[in-house]
Design a protein. Structure first.
Length: 169
């Protein structure tokens, strides 16, 4: 006479627990690594989009500057060449306005008249220079953006535009 038992033995349960534990031991680091990789790629994409947008705004406005009005300086306590101010012709004929781009800590500001607008909060470095001393109609723009990702680490992206030609000389 054969009896059928219901349930599992202690040994069977321990074997199953051992297999499941081994799977979790292998899978957990892989999942963490995949999550870190996702965060890194997402942050890189965000920084690239932000850098392209900022460079577009900077170069578009610099091209419309009046060459004789460009002044490169710094805000107190900030890196050298981290502030540029110039006069720009507006859409209304004969009306001009002063435009300033400057770094204050990790923030990039655009100042037009009395309004001050934040362009980025991830700025690490900003520099405006004249690459050629004999041609003040070309400005070099260099920016570095940095963003925290995980565990005290951060991702940085550097972007430089060597030749921004001033159109109103």
């Amino acid at each position: 006479m054969v009896t059928r038992r219901k349930g599992f033995t202690l040994m069977e349960l321990m074997v199953v627990m051992g297999i499941v534990s081994a799977l979790f031991a292998v899978a957990a680091p892989l999942l963490m690594q995949a999550n870190r990789q996702f965060i890194l790629v997402r942050t890189k994409l965000e920084l690239q989009q932000e850098a392209r947008g900022i460079m577009y705004i900077l170069t578009r406005n610099l091209r419309q500057a009046q060459a004789g009005s460009i002044t490169i300086s710094q805000v107190s306590g900030q890196p050298f060449y981290s502030k540029i101010s110039f006069t720009k012709q507006t859409a209304v004929a004969g009306v001009s306005s002063t435009l300033v781009f400057q770094q204050e800590g990790t923030v990039l500001y655009q100042v037009m008249g009395t309004s001050k607008r934040v362009l980025s909060r991830n700025l690490s470095y900003l520099a405006f220079t004249f690459p050629r001393s004999d041609d003040m109609g070309i400005i070099s723009v260099s920016v570095t953006f940095r963003k925290n990702i995980y565990e005290g680490r951060n991702k940085a992206l550097h972007m430089a535009s060597e030749k921004v030609r001033i159109m109103n000389e």
